[in-house]
Design a protein around this ligand. Structure first.
Ligand code: ZN
Length: 233
């Protein structure tokens, strides 16, 4: 299946946009998520509804959408609670993430995604990594992803292509990309069903979607959506 793709899919805005991007391009698209005792179960709960909604918003999307895989990486949660905190106090960093956040997490995700793509016969791996809004994460950088593509290809003797369609987009441009891909229907699916809030708040609903409205992820999402709306009005 040379045109089969595997999308790293968390159920958030970025990975939902990546799923739409992949469904438009590739004949068969599977998704993978990682469970590592993260933030809130709510994030895992939205996966199914977001997958179905995105596929329905793309012409022929439902026929091209394949299996969803969830890989249990509980060891990542254990690391952040034990080894990484032994010598450092738990504190919130400037970006609002706890300092127990696992360094290089995306390297681990991409390695597991590569192993799964190998087994599933997917040549393309798609991820929502982005330098523009998250310059604090070195494992989201374009150079890091290109290095991982090389490492996966050498280490597994394959010709994977790692795609990062959001790498140079702002949050407002990501909303525009969603509109280009699936029109207002896709924008509505992403706005209403995806969850990016660090606090996993699915109760509070805003014009830009659900979330606490206080955490940095909600702030980025709100600002990006308003910039997108004001540009298209
Ligand atoms: Zn929030």
């Amino acid at each position: 299946m040379t045109d089969a793709a595997l999308v790293l899919f968390s159920g958030g805005q970025d990975s939902a946009t990546c799923l739409a991007w992949a469904l438009e391009r590739f004949g068969h698209v599977e998704t993978v998520g990682f469970h590592y005792g993260q933030r809130h179960a709510a994030e895992m709960d939205v996966r199914g509804p977001v997958r179905r909604g995105v596929a329905a918003a793309l012409p022929g999307g439902e026929a091209r959408l394949g299996e969803d895989h969830v890989i249990d990486l509980a060891v990542l949660g254990e690391m952040s609670e034990t080894a990484l905190t032994r010598d450092a106090e738990i504190a919130m960093r400037d970006d609002g993430l706890p300092n127990t956040f696992v360094p290089g997490r995306n390297l681990i995700f991409l390695t597991f995604a590569g192993a799964l793509a190998y087994r599933r016969g997917c040549r393309h791996i798609v991820g929502g990594m982005c330098e523009t809004d998250f310059s604090g994460y070195p494992d989201c950088r374009d150079d890091t992803i290109k290095a991982m593509q090389l490492a996966l290809n050498l280490g597994m003797d394959r010709r994977f292509v790692v795609h990062t369609p959001l790498m140079w987009l702002t949050k407002a441009q990501s909303w525009s990309l969603a509109e280009q891909l699936g029109g207002g229907m896709l924008v509505d699916v992403i706005r209403e069903r995806t969850l990016t809030c660090y606090n996993g708040d699915t109760e509070t609903v805003h014009d830009w979607g659900m979330g606490c409205g206080e955490c940095p992820a909600c702030g980025l999402r709100r600002d990006g959506y308003r910039e997108y709306r004001s540009a298209s009005d």
